[in-house]
Design a protein around this ligand. Structure first.
Ligand code: ATP
Length: 345
């Protein structure tokens, strides 16, 4: 079993606290994405797991064994860096087998491993090429193959797909996931791309300011964000200042009584109401929130009505078939679908 456990991990650079008391358990064989804005500590956490940095506090365990005294090259971890760090003077097969060469593995085994991994990453027969003869996507595959060469217990990748264009990137997300599943290797990927994390991961760990904000499945993160930061970072939700008084949600001059399915994830007091655009209903002026349409965005598969409600911008999303006949400047009435409202700290 290669469960990866992180216990009370902190990292200081001088007086700066880059990682603040992080505890996470990653079950054997799971694919985990560390997700968060630039500077939140994702790479620092990955480098600590790899043994490239030393923790200020806390420990890392793999399969129950404490790694504190284990140097990086003995941790059994495969790594793919954002820069890829491929060697131009070596051919593709030598690049892939490099981690084995520095461990003293014989030439025949190195060649066999390189050939096997080239098949796995769909570059069969390309072992003799030089790095400069490869496309960006092919280089990415070589870096992934090299990360897997030592048959790692844990596979660590830092923004592995960030240099690829959008189309290739989506394709590689699926391929990376398939490779990981075929090997069953416990994998941790750093990304700042919400969609990428939700597409690939079994478990998403959302970070901010060196702290874990939420760890959960993509469904949990998307549908039950732990706080307003997670809801906002995962994207596209309406966040509206409100007050939860223990019985009703006071928002934009209205009092809403929670219905079955609504989620109150904070103590009474000032809070944020999160309502996804697909759960905002838009109608002719009536009893709901009075608003004015300021912009209409037609994305083909959905139509977004951006409205102003007092000082607040609220977006409603409808299917093209259900598009109401409103235009920019029209007065409308908004309502938030009961059972889909979330009150967050
Ligand atoms: P990005 O998405 O931009 O790569 P990140 O979430 O991976 O960001 P880290 O690289 O882990 O963030 O950095 C976290 C914080 O720690 C940043 O404020 C960074 O400036 C700081 N930091 C990282 N490494 C060092 C270092 N060696 N010395 C000093 N400060 C550092």
């Amino acid at each position: 079993m290669t469960e990866l456990r992180i216990e009370g991990l902190s990292k200081r650079f001088g007086t700066y606290l880059a990682l603040d008391d992080v505890s996470i358990t990653i079950p054997n064989g799971k694919f985990v994405c560390l997700l968060g804005p630039s500077g939140c500590g994702k790479t620092t956490l990955l480098r600590l797991i790899a043994g490239l940095e030393t923790p200020s506090e806390g420990r890392i365990l793999v399969g129950g064994a404490d790694l504190s005294a284990v140097p990086s090259h003995k941790r059994g971890m495969g790594m793919v860096f954002q820069s890829l760090a491929l060697f131009p003077h070596l051919d593709v097969a030598e690049n892939i087998a490099y981690p084995l060469a520095i461990r003293g593995t014989d030439r025949a085994s190195r060649q066999a491993t390189a050939a096997r991994l080239l098949d796995l990453v769909k570059l069969p027969g390309m072992g003799g090429r030089r790095i400069h003869q490869l496309s960006g996507g092919q280089r990415q595959r070589v870096a992934i193959a090299r990360g897997l060469a030592i048959d790692p217990k844990v596979f660590l990748l830092d923004e592995p797909l960030s240099a690829l264009d959008a189309g290739l990137r989506e394709h590689m997300q699926i391929e990376l996931r398939q490779i990981q599943q075929s090997l069953g290797v416990t994998t941790v990927v750093v990304t700042h791309d919400q969609k990428e994390a939700l597409t690939m991961a079994d478990l998403v760990i959302v970070m901010k300011d060196g702290k874990v904000q939420q760890a959960g499945t993509p469904m949990e993160i998307y549908h039950a964000p732990a706080n307003a930061f997670v809801a906002d970072f995962i994207g596209s939700t309406n966040l509206i200042p409100c007050r939860w008084d223990g019985q009703a949600i006071e928002v934009l001059g209205h009092r809403l009584t929670p219905a079955e399915g609504d989620r109150i994830a904070t103590a009474p007091g000032l809070a944020q109401l999160s309502v996804r655009p697909e759960h905002v209903e838009i109608a002719t002026p009536g009893t709901g929130f009075a608003a004015e349409i300021t912009f209409i965005r037609d994305l083909g598969e959905s139509v977004h009505f951006v409205t102003r409600c007092g000082a607040q911008t609220i977006t409603a999303q409808v299917a093209p078939g259900a598009r109401p006949p409103f235009g920019v400047g029209d007065a409308v009435s908004l309502s938030f679908r009961p059972g889909k409202r979330v009150v967050l700290a």
